[in-house]
Design a protein around this ligand. Sequence first.
Ligand code: NDP
Length: 335
Amino acid sequence: NRRIRLASRPVGVPQPEDFIHDDAPIGSPGEGEVLLRTRYLSLDPYMRGRLSDAKSYAKPVEVGDVIVGATVSEVVESNSAEFSAGQTVLSYGGWQSYSVEPAAHLRLLDPEAAPVTTALGVLGMPGFTAYSGLLEIGRPQAGETVAVAAATGPVGSAVGQIAKVKGCTTVGIAGGPEKVAYLEELGFDVALDHRGDDLRGALKQAVPQGIDVYFENVSGPVWDAVLPRLNTFARVPVCGLAAGYNATEAPAGPDRSAGLMRNILTKSLLLRGFIQTEFVESMFSDFLRDMGQWVREGKVKYREDITEGIDNAPQTFVGMLEGKNFGKTIIQVGE
Ligand code: NDP
């Protein structure tokens, strides 16, 4: 069993020496458990938080442990009546080529219904994050303007396309001309490059009507540019802060919290953080129904960025946090 374990807690950008690559015997399943062979491993920004022991909503990966992550796996051996060898499941095997997991944690996938990798992206956790955060907190109304950054990623691209389905004008912000061109392909009404010189000016020019829903994926300078463009009663589902996941100190410049509070007060803004698990019970089945349909109808398109070989996971992960990914980041671990 090829595994990648945490060697030390990264400070700033994770370094190769923060990871141990080694081999271990393949485990065997106990009662109610299943032995799985990993086919695809999902890499997600939240994993940066798990490598740190700062207090958060989930407990960290311990030093020495296999790094956690969602996987699409094949059942090799089953000690559960629910699963049988050869089936494909959504699992939580982590950064390793085999895992033993309780059957209760697995979800059976139907390879005929959709490519199995979509269970890690558009039809999985990131797609659900977009769906639940946008609809439950953002509550976009037809005719309103919805903006999102990291807009070519699995969360952001779904946010923009769902907003379009709901009849909104959509603004996508991404890094670099290639990604901006792709946003136009996805049907965003306005596509802007946050690496361009003046995002604030570009927003003012391209979105004169202002923004009613800003789905926050990144924070940092993008947020600084968006805040003055928010309309009265704008909603801000605060989903992620990807611009700062590797930060080791507070951003430079004056303390801007007074200006932020003034904006919240005078424009009656709603800022509401969320972790998608909050909405699973109430919304996941609606999500699978709606998103499945939108994907089949071509209303929601998606893009995957697949790298082969589990040993490439650390560098691919670090690249994703810096925007080197183009679409949902996945490691192909086995056939
Ligand atoms: P992405 O695949 O979109 O990857 C992260 C992206 O962030 C990069 O590709 C890059 O895109 C962008 N980025 C990185 N640094 C900066 C920066 N300094 N300024 C602006 N953009 C930057 O990730 P996901 O779609 O998987 O996740 C998007 C966000 O959603 C993340 O913040 C993640 O933590 C959050 N999330 C939250 C969940 C929740 O329950 N609250 C659940 C799942 C995800 P680009 O090249 O375009 O700049």
